[in-house]
Design a protein around this ligand. Structure first.
Ligand SMILES: [Zn+2]
Length: 321
């Protein structure tokens, strides 16, 4: 059985692994700085070099590798194999032929997929989504990404753009989102949105442990710091996670009535807060969803952590190539 390479292209680092797609194990893995400022041509050359070096260092031959899957942080044209808009990379990569360039430089077939859809695919195949056919993933970090598996298939929609659960409207009179819409989930539940609630509480002079934990320096407030205060019983901090979890619960309720998922998975750095988010999400689902059997929907944390993206991208390549 051939192995496949999975890659997670990030703004800071690119991670790659040679993956056994039968069991989801990583045979070999590497991570190098993306150095995105050097521009897309340089980044693609470094990426191809990483793949070839990894094959060599793993003691394998190119013929042992069936192909490469790349998880890309942004909007893609899956048919043309191009990047359309990567908001976190300099120059945003408009119409860059990533698929064909890497294929040419490595001599291996390449498949692209959005980075959170890669995480979704990884968690579904070998992580928290194993064994069920309909899954929704909310990946909470700097933004809120998403992905859907419906009836045993990763749901792609037009050009692979479906599943952007972070841009589901929660309040149509809400604040402007980075995407241009108003009141998106991301404006309530992303890492920066949670940190901003902490900053507001401190600057309003509320009595909260967040103030001491950040030494009254608003720039030091992070979701982790607020989590620490919440775990120590600080009511303001608990309320912040309660509000973020409520917005996630409303979004999850919309997903429940849309696709009837067996499992809803929280991924991304902020999901480490665990019960602080899971409890309000589960409660909101019970309170708000009446037209489908919401008691059968499990809300759980991801299992593969940082490896979900590379494993999912490799499995995507194995399926599509
Ligand atoms: Zn938005």
């Amino acid at each position: 059985m051939k192995k496949y390479i999975g890659c997670d292209l990030g703004g800071t680092n690119m991670r790659a692994a040679i993956v056994d797609v039968e069991d989801g194990s990583m045979v070999y893995q590497m991570s190098i700085p993306t150095q995105a400022r050097d521009g897309h041509d340089a980044v693609m050359r470094r990426m191809a070099g990483l793949f070839l070096q990894m094959i060599e260092w793993a003691g394998m031959k190119k013929e042992d590798v069936g192909g490469i899957g790349i998880g890309v942080p942004g909007v893609l044209d899956l048919e043309k194999g191009e990047t359309l808009f990567l908001p976190n990379l300099p120059s945003t990569w408009p119409h860059i032929p990533l698929r064909d360039t890497i294929a040419k430089l490595t001599g291996l077939p390449v498949a692209l997929l959005n980075d959170v859809r890669s995480i979704t695919n990884g968690e579904w195949r070998f992580g928290a989504g194993r064994g069920v056919d309909t899954v929704a993933v909310f990946a909470i970090g700097t933004g809120v990404g998403g992905g859907l598996v419906i009836n045993g298939q990763l749901h792609l929609g037009i050009g692979g753009t479906a599943g952007e659960l972070g841009h589901m409207t929660i309040d149509f009179t809400g604040p402007r989102c980075g995407c241009g819409n108003y009141g998106c989930l991301e404006t309530y539940s992303s890492g920066p949105a949670i940190a901003a609630m902490g900053m507001k509480a401190v600057s309003q002079g509320l009595t909260t442990q967040i103030s001491e934990l950040c030494s009254y320096d608003l720039n030091r407030i992070t979701p982790e710091l607020i989590e620490k205060a919440a775990r120590a019983g600080d009511e303001t901090a608990m309320d912040i996670y309660e509000r973020a979890g409520f917005a996630l619960g409303i979004a999850a309720a919309n997903v429940c009535v849309s696709i009837g998922p067996r499992r809803i998975i929280l991924a991304g750095g902020v999901s480490q807060a665990g019960d602080l988010l899971l409890i309000p999400i589960r409660r909101t689902l019970r309170e708000r969803v009446t037209v489908m059997p919401v008691e059968h929907v499990e809300v759980v944390q991801s299992q593969l952590g940082n490896n979900a993206g590379v494993i999912g991208a490799a499995c995507w390549a194995a399926k599509g190539l």
